[in-house]
Design a protein around this ligand. Structure first.
Ligand code: URA
Length: 209
């Protein structure tokens, strides 16, 4: 589990508790998903390389640092991952956004890819896949497969809550991928929902059922 990083920052943990609360309504839920993603992105971008530059301040010249030419792409998995996109793009406005859509068979729970639109230059970009919930891990593996096929420069994943089963699946199939995660819960139920989790993130975000 070396490549699984739990983001234990108090603000992230506090917001996850509010997300879990079943009395939190859709508007607040959407805001919390976006804010949590923004805070997690701060950690997930900690290794961005810097270069020194000189900047003229009103008082003189400062030798200071800027991010050195890294290009990023955020890849939300539809539909719940889209809720994380606003938060991360606010921090990294130059990033491009691609989308992956998977449909989960209601009986077998096996996901099928129905949509994939990635930036043309994904091979030059550090990709971060966004999905608030890693349940079985199967959709995330489909997204990682697509990004590897398109030769993304690097791939990380950001999720708010994961199951132990999902983490196991992803780290077995893709031991090279780092996962940034707010919490790892107890287990999956028979319908592959995370227990205790927060329910269906897409439904809670968009007010559907
Ligand atoms: N997707 C969700 O939104 N919630 C879960 O618990 C599992 C998958």
């Amino acid at each position: 589990m070396n490549n699984v990083k739990i983001i234990d920052h108090p603000l992230v943990q506090h917001k996850i508790s509010l997300l879990r609360d079943k009395t939190t309504g859709s508007k607040e839920f959407r805001e919390l998903v976006s804010e949590t993603a923004m805070l997690m992105c701060y950690e997930a971008t900690r290794d961005l390389p810097l270069k020194e530059v000189e900047v003229a301040t009103p008082m003189g010249v400062a030798r200071t640092k800027i991010i050195s030419g890294r290009k990023m792409a955020f890849i939300p998995i539809l539909r719940a991952g889209q809720g994380m996109a606003d938060g991360v793009i606010a921090l990294v406005p130059a990033a491009k956004i691609g989308h992956v859509g998977t449909f989960r068979d209601p009986e077998t729970h096996v996901p099928t890819l129905y949509y994939c639109k990635l930036p043309d230059d994904i091979n030059e970009r550090d990709a971060v896949i966004l999905d608030p919930m890693i349940a079985t891990g199967a959709s995330l593996c489909v997204a990682i497969d697509e990004l590897k096929k398109r030769k993304a420069k690097s791939i990380k994943c950001m999720c708010i809550i994961a199951s132990p089963e999902g983490i196991e699946e992803v780290t077995q199939k893709h031991p090279d991928i780092e996962i940034y995660c707010g919490a790892i819960d107890d287990r999956l139920d028979e319908n592959k929902y995370i227990i205790p989790g927060l329910g269906d993130a897409g439904d809670r975000m968009y007010g559907t059922k």
